[in-house]
Design a protein around this ligand. Sequence first.
Ligand code: NDP
Ligand code: OXD
Length: 308
Amino acid sequence: MALMFLSPDDPAEAWRDVLLAAIPDLDVRIWPQVGDPTEIDLALVWRPPTGELARYPNLRAILSLGAGIDGLLAQPGLPDVPIARMVDPSLTRTMTEYVLLAVLRHHRQFDHYEREQRATRWSYAFPPQAADRRIGILGLGVLGGAAAKTLSSHGFPVAAWSRTRKQLAGIQSFAGKGGLPAFLARTDILICLLPLTRETAGILNAQTFAGLPRGAYLINVARGAHLVEPDLIAALDSGQLAGATLDVFSEEPLPPGNPLWGHPKVLITPHVASYSLPSTGAADVVENIRRARAGQPLLHQVDRARGY
Ligand code: NDP
Ligand code: OXD
């Protein structure tokens, strides 16, 4: 049996080499050179072409190269086999770096100074204290949890909203639909690190923005479909939101005509907030290859009914 590697974005040869270093007799086939589809029992994938996974009748498991598996679950004909998502120290570290950078850029008013420089204006603004800037993170999983701890260690009051209540030292926990209004009301910088599911799609909308204090800031690093773009533009233009850092979009690449590109209060990055590396991500993938072939539950196995 063989493992198929399929990703338009990840380094195929580097992944093959780290997997072979751990399992020398692993048969790794890099898509589209996969040979006989009936010989493929494992798929290590990111953004497969629509319907592609339905071509492999003997799949035992799908190992995602991404942490978010919403795209996989939306695939037509997706085989009914266990799916594991990516959990990788590099993915977590780079997400934490991105979130910290985006928070500090707004907190220390670099977004304001970037605009002022373009207008050739020397405009001193009194620097705020971290203790006075309340951070709120939607999603307190692997990535939200790491970001919460780092931001808290920088002196920001941090709260997080999740499906189930959490106990994390120094982090205020809010849970469920009922906990959302109080969480939003105490949040000056809102960071979205939720998985995209039926429950969370469109959560960054006019009602959510209205629940934040006036002048709050948004950082969306989860999925584009969490955000209702016209509601964001209206909130920015009315002053309800002071600005936004956006890494993910409903349509990627973001089309040239999208009004977000030219909005003076928006910083856009091209879905680069975090990335996994073969050197650090391989350990759990190797363990999952072993588990899948032994018929054992996978590490980081997705609950399909929950959607993450
Ligand atoms: P996890 O599965 O570890 O964490 C998800 C968190 O969201 C959990 O705390 C969960 O609550 C919470 N959650 C899920 N559904 C709801 C809901 N309906 N209401 C409230 N809370 C909810 O995911 P990760 O932290 O690993 O990743 C989060 C997302 O980040 C990914 O799904 C992906 O979309 C995105 N991502 C973006 C990247 C980028 O480069 N921009 C890179 C990597 C990931 P509970 O703990 O109670 O289950
Ligand atoms: C992921 C991503 O989910 O890159 O890993 O968005």
